[in-house]
Ligand binder design. Sequence first.
Ligand code: HEM
Length: 467
Amino acid sequence: MDNVSEKRIPPGPKGWPIIGAIGSIDFSNMADAFFALRKKYGDVFSFCVLHKRIVVVCGGKAIREVLNKHLDAVSYRADGFAVDNKNGYGIIDSSGEYHKAMREFTTKSFRDFGFEKKGLEVIVKEQTVSFLERLREKQGRPFNVHDDLVVSISNVICSFSLAQKFPNKDAALLTAIKENDTVVSDPFRFLPVFVPERLLKLVPGDPFGVWIREKSTNNVIRFMQEHLEEHKKTYDPSYERDFIDAYLNMQNEKGNRVFSDENLLRTIYDMFLAGTETSVSTIKWIILTLLHHPDVQTKMREEIESKIGRTQMPTIDHKPLLPYCEAVILEVQRTRNLSPFSLPRLVTSEIEYEGVVIPKDSIVFPFLHSAALDDKVFPNPEKFDPNNFLDERGQVTGQNRIIPFSTGKRVCIGEALARMELFLFTVSMVQNFKLLPEDPNNLPPLEGVIGGVYVPHPYKFRAVVIE
Ligand code: HEM
């Protein structure tokens, strides 16, 4: 049990001996369960599952205070939380020295290759153009945008990390992506987050999907490895072309204890895993929302036409000219928060917050959804209204009230890239196409499935070229 007096531990349901809250919290509908617990116990509540204390932090103020004021105390990932990664390689699952080294290296590479040289914007624009071409080929017929979007978005991250782009129908890539979807967006069988995977693997029939996830992870990693080997054949230490070359040079300089081949492979995998389904699903939410709000779509188009015209390709420098478009994207991120529970952090030293103590060794979940849908901050939180992010002069305001990319030492490493993708894909699409429902009398639901990420149900729509 925790070394903190019971009185100061964040309040919450007591649960049962040994199994804790299993059975008393509906883990298949965690968002609603957490909203109800917040109402009852306040912004920081806790419960036990088997041997672990889980602390859920709700609302913008508490999330920022716990994650930003105690940067080091919550910088470790909870052990065994996701797919098997016993060695702690990569970025998502790693902790301590390995995590710090890989995060710093990747952030620097994003800066050097991506943002300073505008390399990433060129890649995103290239992929936007090929995405628009594929939309045009549909000739206004109803279709499901998932595969087309996924190829373009994953090509952005593959261009950066594998220095490779894949043709639209590359079978190996599509298989890898489907496997990736299995890992990221399978409805969260939530127990694997709390219980060591090695125990869950013993349960017959794989009800928690642990073996499926391991298999799909290994398949995607194998795909990455083949491309990495190819890339290495043309490596020249005197000429750094990209992320992998920079890594190999670092390996030569610092030795291969931290900068090992395995760590490189896992880091590339992590970027593919975290950088594909997240942006794809957000763009799918944007399209779906615009099908429900044609007036908003028209207003965006009017803004685009008046500020950058019909033919000029949008660039990231146009963002300040298009505040309404940006407000729409922010409002979709608020109402359809992609990562409702963020990712769990391990507490490595005690944290005090407003009279309660989050004990060492507990697991913190920043409940990001609760900040986005907080009725104290957004008076009508469920209602889609881009004005939530516009001031009286029509300029963007109040972005910091939502935390879609989390915060603190493990804030999403791809935030700037993701924001660029959302802006360029959305604005280009609305500039070139009217997005219309397949059946105007029967709109696809604006609801989805909460898995590792919150994804919309599959739907079809029509993209009609604006002449
Ligand atoms: C709309 C798109 C995206 C959203 C909403 C999103 C959201 C998040 C969130 C909530 C986290 C958890 C941070 C934490 O532990 O507190 C995260 C982590 C991460 N994201 Fe993203 N993400 C997006 C796109 C991307 C992209 C494009 C990349 C590409 C590189 C990426 C790479 C990562 C990585 C590597 C981590 C792990 C960071 C760490 O543990 O240090 N994400 N993201």
